[in-house]
Design a protein around this ligand. Structure first.
Ligand code: MG
Length: 167
């Protein structure tokens, strides 16, 4: 495997685990604020990010590459309102999309078609992640100012359940 492609794939394990850490931090914020539905939503989001990290690990292993796990950064955001984490999540997912695109470009540069094909799942996933994060922001803007509507949004988030990713 090309050295640059390898390094980007290996780094992405860390980025996905950081995403999990970040979303756990959001979950903790909401739990503390009494919105346990939103907390549930972000705990599940964190599980999905861990799954993403595992996909990168499995891919590198399948390609006989040595994995180097690195230190995970500490989430350091503080929030003053309920929309804060939702906006931060949207911004973060856009950043992750740019990372996936960078790996794809590096793989294309060296004609690593297998890695390009592997990344297609993530390209599609990022489209969904951005769409979902954007919807969360929009709905909080529309309804978050009303206590009853906020309660309903929280209840809806509480009903989300985790399912393992399709292969
Ligand atoms: Mg991810």
């Amino acid at each position: 495997m090309d050295k640059k492609v390898y390094e980007l794939l290996n780094d992405q394990i860390n980025k996905e685990l950081y995403s999990a850490y970040l979303y756990m931090d959001f979950a903790n914020y909401y739990e503390y604020e009494g919105l346990s539905g939103f907390a549930n939503w972000y705990m599940i989001q964190a599980q999905e990010e861990r799954d993403h990290a595992l996909k990168f690990i499995a891919y590198l292993q399948e390609n006989s590459q040595k994995i180097q796990l690195k230190a995970i950064d500490q989430p350091n955001k503080t929030f003053t309102d309920f929309i804060g984490p939702l906006e931060a999540a949207l911004e973060h997912e856009k950043y992750v999309t740019s990372l996936i695109n960078d790996i794809y470009s590096a793989a294309a540069d060296v004609k690593d078609y297998r890695t390009m094909q592997f990344l297609e799942w993530f390209i599609e996933e990022q489209g969904e992640e951005e769409d979902t994060a954007d919807t969360m922001v929009t709905r909080m803007k529309l309804f978050g100012g009303d206590a009853k509507a906020l309660y309903d949004l929280d209840q809806e988030c509480a009903s989300r359940s985790y399912s393992a990713p399709a292969e």
